[in-house]
Design a protein around this ligand. Sequence first.
Ligand code: ADP
Ligand code: MG
Length: 627
Amino acid sequence: MEKMEFKAESKRLLEMMINSIYTHKEVFLRELISNASDAIDKIYYKALTDESLSFDKDNYFIKIVHDKENRTLKITDTGIGMTKEELETNLGTIAKSGSLAFKKETELKDGFDIIGQFGVGFYAAFMVADTVTVVSKSLGSDIAYKWESTGADGYTIEAVDKAEVGTEITLKIKENTEDENYDDYLDEYRLKTIIKKYSDFIRYPIKMDVTKSKLKEGSESEYEQYTEEEIINSMVPIWRKNKNELTDADYENFYAEKRYGFDKPLKSIHITVDGTVRYNSILYIPENIPFDYYSREFEKGLELYSNGVLIMDKCADLLPDHFSFVKGMVDSEDLSLNISREMLQHDRQLKLIAKNIGKKIKSELQSLLKNDREKYEKFYNSFGRQLKYGVYADFGANKDALQDLLMFYSSKEKKLVTLEEYVSRMPEDQKYIYYAAGESVERIEKLPQTEFVSEKGFEILFFTEDIDEFAIKMLMNYKEKEFKSISSDDLGIEGEDNKSDSESEDQESKELFDYMKSALAGKVKDVRISKRLKSHPVCLATEGDISIEMEKILAAMPDNTQQVKADKILEINKNHEVYQSLKAAFESDKQKLELYTKLLYNQALLIEGLPIADPVEFTNDICKVMV
Ligand code: ADP
Ligand code: MG
């Protein structure tokens, strides 16, 4: 038996490896299984060119055996095995990848997907094991060799007997420590979970003896346990299958199996791309909002696989924020991974994939909107808000891409409509896209301002969500039609001029309104004759960028120190009897006029859903009018 030492650098490297490369210790199993799969692949590829070899798929498998008592975990494969030299160079030299060399040697490119490339994965075994023993018999050799190492000290190598070609790796699992429960890696259920998680789509069967129970013979209630060999992995990933062979149920099963959500997906999208970057992807639009979706805890992202091996649980870079509700996975063989295979080396390929995926989701949503309105509305009720955030975010960078996916409740249709639909039926004399913001449809319908625009026959979009007006301010216009709040001072509607009958009357009301304005002491920017009121006596309009709804939203924000306020205009209906009372009071009783002004202003606030500064004073004022 020869005793070899790792080179000094190797020692340091090994310690670094063991302690810092991987974030999760459980990936050691992914690495060993990937190596086993690579080893079987190598026989397969050899058989392609070597006629003396035949490859019968049934003879090739990977087996995992755990032994709690002896604290060992064994990973066996029927792959190509290693010669003594290969054991020394591939396992004795860190960062030496026999697989990478094999790839170069065989010059196989397309569809060639051996996983290994860095020559470090094997050492992940030392994260969980004190001793690692590798017994391997290489294809075409008579002698097998045993390689053994306890980590940084080096390794021993000796000839042993082994009947079959292939490799058997035995890990002596570490004792539990305070921070780490190594027993996990001897637990049947846990091992199955890890295999499923990372290695479900390894092409060869991964077998395990699984504990089962059955009724004892002759008994009706007593059970006995027995073990049975089971294949743990699904082997053929659904995303590599032909779309035509898959049913909705297959996609739904995959969604449930992967725990993307507890609901049924509203839509599944299967993408196969064979371009500059090759990838397969299955994406889902969920039906229900995840409970934490609109919270800080929610993490967006897609599962990322490299060649069927899970690399990342939630790769955030694959999804734009406005589509953060999408679930699913991407598998690509063209990713350049970093050494731990947990991260990507360059994100160029990833960016390309993300861009394609973003486009695809958009076009799928658009076709859903076109072809299955009911489903789209279901989707929109759950995630429309996110789309509107998307329009607003990043200074409107994505607004063009998203505007056609937006919907708002229409005063005319009494249901959600798109901007395209709105604009397509605008009468010629309508200059703007009108909207009204408020707490709810019912409340907006009762706003005095809606009456006039509605009676003109114009459609109004109802904005009932906080984000709506902000998103629209970012959009500015749609198909060159500007958005206009029905509360803004200039509605651009013909015949809105409630012009006074004479110049002297104009002068008169000007004096009245100036007085009222000063009575309100800076609370409003102006008091004016309303051009929009029909039956109501009073309303508030705004000038400038901040609307009343926006003022409310900003006031509700936790860090609203600046107290942003809308520039309000108190509008009085000249045709309402109240106007006559105001005029009379202006002539004869200024105190009364002040009282009326305050009352009207507070009423206007209430209509808008704004708080009044002093409710007690307000009720007292009403009483003053009553007595
Ligand atoms: P990588 O897989 O990135 O090449 P590893 O450290 O995981 O690096 O493995 C190093 C090398 O050891 C592999 O490239 C391969 O040549 C060899 N090897 C590891 N495990 C096996 C195995 N089960 N059967 C045959 N060869 C193996
Ligand atoms: Mg490897």
